[in-house]
Write a new protein. Structure first.
Length: 144
C-alpha cells in the first residue's frame, strides 16, 4: 500500500508553497519518509470515539478560536492568564473550555512555577491531518 502525503514543490509556472495559500499537489513521498509516516500514523491512529470527542470539542466557537490562538505557539504554549486576556473571556468560562479540550486530548497542560501552560497536542494535530488526508484521498478515488 502506498502512503500519500502533501508535498510542496516549486513549479516553474507558479506554486511555491502551501503557506502562501496556493494549491499543492499530492505525491507519493520517498520510501524512507513513507515508512516513517506509516509507523507514526499507526502509533497515533485515532479511533471513532476519539475523533468524535475531538470534533465535538472543536465544534464551539470559543474552543475553535482558542485552538487557533494556540496553534502557532506549538509546544511552547501559553499561560491560562494570557489566553484569557487575549480572548477577552471570563476566567470561569475559559477554565471550562480548557478542561474540556484537555480531556478530549486537543490540548496538553503543564505547570511552570505558578502558571499552568496550555499547548496544542502535536500528536493529535498529526493524527487529524492524517485522518483528513486519508479521507481526501478516498474521496478522490470514489465516483461522486
Amino acid at each position: 500500500m502506498a502512503i500519500f502525503a502533501p508535498v510542496v514543490q516549486r513549479r516553474p509556472g507558479g506554486e511555491m508553497n502551501a503557506q502562501a495559500g496556493l494549491p499543492i499537489d499530492m505525491h507519493v513521498v520517498r520510501h524512507e519518509e513513507a515508512n516513517y509516516m506509516a509507523s507514526r500514523a499507526a502509533d497515533l491512529m485515532l479511533d471513532d470515539t476519539q475523533i468524535v470527542a475531538v470534533l465535538t470539542a472543536l465544534g464551539h466557537q470559543a474552543r475553535l478560536n482558542l485552538w487557533r490562538l494556540l496553534l502557532p505557539y506549538g509546544a511552547a504554549g501559553m499561560p491560562a492568564g494570557t489566553i484569557a486576556a487575549r480572548m477577552a473571556i471570563v476566567p470561569s468560562s475559559l477554565s471550562f473550555h480548557l478542561r474540556l479540550m484537555t480531556q478530549a486530548g486537543i490540548l496538553v497542560q503543564r505547570r511552570s512555577s505558578r502558571h499552568i501552560i496550555y499547548s496544542v497536542n502535536p500528536d493529535l494535530v498529526f493524527g487529524l491531518s492524517q485522518l483528513f488526508a486519508t479521507l481526501l484521498l478516498r474521496s478522490d478515488r470514489e465516483p461522486g
